[in-house]
Design a protein around this ligand. Structure first.
Ligand code: F6P
Length: 547
């Protein structure tokens, strides 16, 4: 491949990087007061989502520079290349065609699209078979519970979607087991009846240790409960590219739904990996979820950069990370059903863009993928928001706010909305020392004491944040939201000049894990291990129960 242009080689970025502190430290509150059009202009809308970035520490010249950067990097053409199936994953020689999984038509990908459609049809049939009670377990009972066993992309997406769409939940409950810690499986199975439980072994590779270990334990649980080997196919489905390994596990072909190597694990919720969601919320809602994502895809490849939600979010990421120097990014969904959103986005963004070399393998001279973290509002307000408001680090925030609630408790929801807007505003306006002194004087605190306390009450403000709103959280807006962050991740990867679709960094730990497991299993001497690891292995041996 031709070497990608690095961010630092782009004239528009060089211009941005040379901005003086007075240009980057602008007072956003003053900007909003001085320009009555800013609040309206710094917004964009698509696919039921509304982005408000008026509180970002950015002015018109900075924004123009970012838009210029997008033009130089030809983001619209890169977006088109992604959706057209160009081989953008250059280390693994594949396209990243997750958009095809939610497409209504194949546009140039006819063979792949017909496989997608055939698999969608099989997903629909399985979802309906299970939801209608036709699928029965070894004793003839209908299936009431589905357990998705998978990890990473084979867990986080479906888990988030099922939880976020729980108001649409049907009769069959879906559970998620990911951790190789036996407590995860054990705690889940304690609530369930083997006779009415079906497992989905969800693994693109069908080689993932955690998933296979839990899958075998689930098999054992059913056998211990009285199912025969021959009856196990009533209780197991597999989602995988590796049909041979699923067959070795004992799952017949009819119970296996395919996945393809051109779908990255963290981008796979739209495929059969989402089967547990389709069962949980029903097929019609699942197709609305796909349609919401497709609406975002269409927006991504057609809207001008200045109105393009994924491109704008990505440009803001570059601004905050590379121009202003923030090393992290906070996502705060103000909706309890979205509490798994930060977990999902951690894999999406950090596994995609946590890279130190360019797509051509050269060392990068700048920061890439910031650390993403967050939790559902309002919980963080009574915890880490202290650091957001007064800490020494810059922590740019995305607030995600559905404007209505499914609960029917609109008065209580009003408090949630007020809290979200208050946090967004407080981060921006802060509180000056003089304001702190006034507040203390208003409480009757003597001047000397007020002067002592004021520095502790002062908040710098001017802390960048965006607010993404939607009328309601529903299958379509959720689909659009996840596709928005997928495309933002892609655009940032393109601007950083990296391949966002491989994840070599997770491999070494797996290899060493297998070595250590081997040593622990045979009480080996740990040849080749370092002294610190050997001590920890010894500690485990000393603590293990004696048989
Ligand atoms: O270890 C990382 C990873 O490969 C992720 O990229 C992936 O989503 C996860 O493991 C699970 O992989 P699989 O679906 O193949 O079990």
């Amino acid at each position: 491949m031709t070497a990608p242009t690095l961010l630092t080689d782009r004239p528009a970025y060089q211009q941005l990087a040379s901005l003086t502190p007075s240009q980057t430290q602008l007072d956003v509150t003053a900007e909003l007061a001085a320009d009555p059009t800013r609040a309206e202009r710094y917004t964009a809308t698509a696919a039921g989502l509304h982005l408000d970035y008026a509180k970002q520490r950015l002015d018109d010249s900075g924004l123009a520079g970012l838009l210029q950067l997008a033009e130089e990097a030809d983001l619209p053409a890169r977006a088109a290349a992604l959706l057209a199936g160009e081989e953008l994953n250059n280390t693994e020689g594949r396209p990243a065609l997750h958009s095809l999984l939610r497409a209504a038509s194949g546009s140039g990908q006819d063979e792949r699209f017909s496989e997608v459609c055939a698999t969608r049809e099989r997903m629909r049939q399985w979802a309906e078979r299970i939801n209608s009670g036709q699928q029965r377990g070894y004793s003839g009972q209908t299936i009431t519970d589905v357990v998705n066993i998978g990890i990473g992309g084979s867990d986080l997406g479906p888990r988030l979607v099922t939880e976020a769409l729980h108001p649409f939940q049907g009769l069959v409950a879906c559970h998620y087991v990911a951790n190789v810690d036996p407590a995860d499986l054990q705690d889940t199975l304690l609530q369930l009846d083997p006779a009415s439980t079906l497992f989905i072994i969800c693994s693109k590779s069908f080689r993932t240790e955690e998933t296979l270990t839990n899958g075998l334990a689930a098999r054992q649980w059913l056998l211990m409960a009285g199912a025969t080997e021959a009856e196990l196919d009533k209780h197991f489905l597999a989602i995988t590219t590796n049909l041979a390994a699923a067959a070795d596990f004992g799952i017949p072909e009819d119970n296996c739904l395919p996945l393809w190597d051109w779908v990255g694990g963290r981008y796979s919720v739209w495929s059969a990996v989402g089967l547990s969601c389709a069962i949980a919320v029903g097929w019609d809602h699942f197709t609305e979820f796909l349609a919401g994502a497709e609406a975002m895809d269409q927006h991504f490849i057609s809207a001008p950069v200045g109105q393009n939600l994924p491109m704008l979010l990505s440009l803001l990421e570059i601004w905050n990370c590379n121009v202003l120097g923030a090393g992290n990014h906070v996502v705060l969904p103000y909706d309890n059903s979205l509490q798994k959103l930060p977990d999902f986005l951690q894999q999406l963004t950090m596994e995609s863009n946590g890279k130190q070399v360019s797509a051509a393998g050269t060392q990068l001279p700048y920061q890439t993928g910031p650390v993403l973290w967050g939790s559902a509002g309002t919980m963080g307000q009574h915890s880490f928001h202290q650091l957001l408001h007064q800490g020494t680090r810059d922590c740019p925030v995305d607030f995600v706010l559905p404007l209505t609630t499914h609960t029917g408790m609109s008065a209580q929801h009003q408090r949630l909305v007020a809290n979200c807007l208050a946090q967004s505003r407080a981060l921006m306006v802060g509180r000056s020392e003089a304001e702190a002194l006034d507040a203390l004087a208003g409480r009757g605190v003597p001047l000397a004491e007020a002067e002592r306390l004021a520095p502790h009450m002062m908040m710098p403000g001017n802390r960048s944040n965006s607010v993404i709103t939607m009328d309601s959280l529903n299958p379509a807006t959720l689909g659009a939201l996840l596709a928005l962050y997928e495309h933002r991740t892609f655009c940032s990867g393109q601007l950083w000049g990296i391949n966002s679709f491989d994840q070599w960094g997770v491999e070494l730990g797996k290899e060493i894990g297998a070595e250590i497991l081997g040593e622990l299993s045979v009480d080996g001497a740990g040849v080749g291990m370092d002294a610190a690891t050997l001590r920890l292995m010894e500690a485990w041996r000393a603590a293990r129960p004696k048989s």
